[in-house]
Structure formats: C-alpha cells, structure tokens
Design a protein around this ligand. Structure first.
Ligand code: THU
Length: 160
C-alpha cells in the first residue's frame, strides 16, 4: 500500500511545470498576478500578506488577497477571496491557482493553502485536473494537483 502511494506521488512530478496542462507562460502570468495582489492584502494582525490568482477554464483570472479582522475569526484567506469573487460572478470551472505569501518585506517561503481553502477547492475543482502553484519567485515554483495536497477529501458526492 505504501509503495502504491509513493509511486502515485512520483508519477505526478510536483516540480516540473512542463508536464502540466497549464502552459508555462500562463503559470508565470498567474504567479505575477498573485504577487501583484499582495499589495491589497489587509493583514494588520499577522503581517503576512498573501496574494492569489485563480485561473478559470475560460481563461479569466481572478485575483484575491487575505482580508483580516479585529475579531480574527472573520478573516478570509487570499485563495477563498479569489474563489468567492469568481463564483459570485457565475464562474465555477477552474484550472489552476497561484499562491504567494509572506511578510511585507518579501516572500521567503512557499505559502501552502490552509485546510479550509483546500476544502473550498474540493467543492469546485477536479482533484486530478486542478493545479496549485506555490511560488517564492517567478523562478522558484512548486506545482501540485489538488489530489496531492488534499487526498481523501470530503466532496459534494458524499452528500448526494
Ligand atoms: N493566509 C492566506 O491568505 N492563505 C494561505 O494560504 C495561508 C494563510 C492568510 C490568513 C491570515 O490572514 C494570514 O495569512 C496569516 O495566517
């Protein structure tokens, strides 16, 4: 069983953008847009500014940033901001999301999506055909399928 899991992971190279359905130039465009969205982040409590760029299947790109709140709980992550913008405008088919985050001074680490955002992705995105692009810069990227970051997820099919 463990061997199966290992094989499955190595079949989907998480660092090789050439093997993915989303063109590399588009990936770079998404990463740039995600970096650009950091300027709008409202993060006075954590100081962590996150930007996201969500690519819909029709080519539309929706930007998002994190929006914090003095009561902490109502805070929204950059990814969910992007998803909710798209969905509230009638777009529900997605291909990929780029995410960048870190302190105001600069992005030093990859910024993986939190569990709540992964759950929102699982509601609308195909596990094997939705790509999550984490970036520290245009050059330093890691790409995962949703299935890799959120296996065995609870999906709409479970409440049918
Ligand atoms: N945050 C995001 O916006 N996306 C992530 O993927 C991880 C965390 C935000 C939430 C909060 O405003 C700040 O980063 C620190 O947790």
């Amino acid at each position: 069983m463990r061997t199966d899991l290992k094989e499955k992971n190595t079949q989907v190279p998480s660092n090789n953008v050439h093997n993915f359905l989303v063109a590399e130039s588009l990936i770079d465009e998404l990463v740039k847009r995600a970096f650009g969205m950091r300027q709008y982040a409202y993060a006075p409590y954590s100081g962590i500014k996150v930007g996201a760029a969500l690519l819909a299947k029709n080519g539309e790109i929706y930007g998002g940033c994190n929006i914090e709140n003095a009561a902490y709980g109502p805070s929204n992550c950059a990814e969910r901001t992007a998803f909710f913008k798209a969905i509230s405008e009638g777009n529900r088919e997605f291909a990929a999301i780029a995410i960048v985050g870190g302190p105001e001074e600069g992005v030093k680490d990859f910024c993986p999506p939190c569990g709540v955002c992964r759950q929102v992705m699982a509601e609308f995105c195909s596990p094997d055909e939705f790509y999550i692009i984490l970036a520290k810069s245009i050059e330093e990227k890691k790409i995962f399928t949703l299935e890799q970051l959120f296996p065995e997820s609870f999906k709409p099919s479970h409440v049918e």
